[in-house]
Design a protein around this ligand. Structure first.
Ligand code: F0G
Length: 459
């Protein structure tokens, strides 16, 4: 008999989590103004808000923490991180930052100016926020197939090279400080980009003299999909694939809270020494001296170790198989989600589930609240609240997809938790016909409103 799949780790330390009653959850979500970010985490049973910084570090990472060098300048921890970035990712220059958006801030402070355009495959919301805040334009060039949740293709996060070339032809290269390739494509559902497409994007950038920035938050998961789905890569190691993938980029911004499996950390890496020098000024101003940026020595140590573990096949197989397991459970119950299952999350297709809720009442947010009320499970809306208002007209933007993301933290929950999640989603799905009304906004900030927005039930 073929042995079933199992995790490539055993558990050495546990953290207690508490169940609650529906009545308690009704009060808590009301107090949270129907914004899942406002909930106290102890009021959440299974927390799928994000896979960012919520993973479990390994024994080796914890022991690396104890060896952190907390010197202000030139700490050995900095050099450990430098070696890992050079050896595993292949970038010569880097600046540590406290997380991914801080790397974006340092980079875009240096290279983006008012009136610029930055094309990409579904810029993550902080990336877009940093571009729009500087009165530049983020142009989405993701393939159209990504918006059809039921279409099953292996690389659904790709850049549409025709759309990209159109941008390159329309704007002079002085107006395009960089092109952002996000691996994996979070917003499109944790969907990967093939090596062929990475290469194609890089070639197009080179042809037009444009810098290619890789947003590598989930670069290792992307490499796993290349290994398991793209012809010619089955026999290559994850580390070999990672080196090739990143060799096509000029710059990498990294939220290490994802694929480097740390609770806090990030960096900005590049090949160009001159650019590195220019970025140093903003690193010093916003983050810290160039050999620690926003990080302590122990965090840099854990990050270096995490980059190594996170690019091991076993680690990635365990993780991505767990997400796929949840996907198969949802298939059993006929629940629509962005297919195939993504690397870090399942994205429920809220428009197909709550067909009676009008788009003006935030369909995916409504589904998120229902799932919380059902079982204390917290997902996150990837829909029109996140899409924010048009920076010029200030009208609400309604994206093609209204998704509820269930992000799975790394090495944190077991497949029993996946069973509970699937059952809870099924229970909401079974009563979908009775859910007719959503929520309206009562308070919001001008940029990245979804974190702090306040809502009330629509009347
Ligand atoms: N890029 C991508 C693709 C991301 O998913 C994120 C964060 C960032 C950049 C910014 O990194 O959070 O370290 O500042 N994504 C988290 C999420 C927040 O839940 O998907 P950060």
């Amino acid at each position: 008999m073929e042995l079933p799949f199992s995790e490539s780790y055993r558990i050495k330390m546990v953290e207690h989590i508490k169940k609650s009653t529906r009545q308690e959850r009704e009060a808590w979500i009301r107090e949270a103004k129907y914004n899942l970010f406002n909930l106290h985490s102890e009021h959440v049973f299974i927390d799928l808000l994000t896979d960012s910084g919520t993973g479990a570090m390994s024994d080796k990472q914890w022991s690396a923490m104890m060896l952190g060098d907390e010197s202000y300048a030139g700490a050995s921890s900095y050099y450990k991180m430098k070696d890992a970035i050079q050896n595993i990712l292949g970038f010569e220059y880097f600046l540590p930052t406290h997380q991914g958006r801080a790397a974006e801030n340092v980079l875009y402070s240096t290279i983006v100016k008012e009136g610029d355009v930055v094309p990409g495959n579904s810029h993550f919301d902080t990336t877009k926020g940093h571009i729009e805040y500087r009165r530049a334009l983020a142009i989405d060039c993701t393939i159209d197939a990504a918006a059809n949740t039921q279409l099953e293709i292996p690389f659904k996060g790709e850049m549409d090279l025709e759309k990209l070339e159109k941008v390159f032809k329309e704007y002079p290269k002085e107006k395009i400080p960089c092109c952002v390739l996000t691996l994996t494509n979070n917003t499109a559902g944790g969907q990967p980009v093939s090596m062929k497409n990475i290469k194609g994007t890089a070639e197009l950038c080179r042809k037009y003299g444009i810098t290619l920035q890789i947003d590598g938050a989930r670069f290792a998961e992307n490499a796993y999909f290349i290994k398991t789905r793209e012809e010619g890569y089955a026999d290559k190691s994850i580390k070999e694939i990672v080196r090739e993938m990143l060799s096509y980029g000029d710059i990498m911004t990294m939220s290490s809270k994802k694929d480097a499996i740390v609770n806090m950390g990030g960096f900005l890496a590049m090949r160009d020494q001159e650019l590195w020098r220019r970025c140093q000024m903003f690193c010093v101003m916003y983050e810290g001296f160039i050999t620690y940026g926003g990080l302590s020595g122990r965090e840099m140590n854990a990050l270096a170790q995490g980059l190594d573990e996170g690019t091991e096949f076993d680690t990635l197989e365990t993780r991505i198989e767990q997400v796929a397991y949840l996907g198969r459970k949802l298939d059993e119950y006929g629940i629509p989600y962005q297919r195939p299952a993504g690397g870090h999350a399942i994205f429920l297709d809220a428009k197909k589930i709550l067909t009676n809720v009008p788009k003006e009442e935030f369909i995916a947010q409504t589904l998120g609240i229902e799932l919380y009320l059902e079982a204390g499970i917290r997902g996150v809306e990837i829909g029109s609240i996140l899409a924010d208002r048009d920076p010029i007209t200030r009208e609400n933007r309604y994206p093609r997809l209204e998704l509820l993301r269930l992000a799975i933290p790394r090495r944190t929950y077991t497949n029993n938790h996946m069973d509970v999640i699937a059952a809870a989603v099924k229970n909401v799905y079974d009563r979908r016909e009775q859910i007719n009304r959503g929520y309206v906004i009562t308070k919001e900030l001008p940029v990245m409103r979804h974190f702090t927005v306040e809502l009330e039930p629509a009347k």
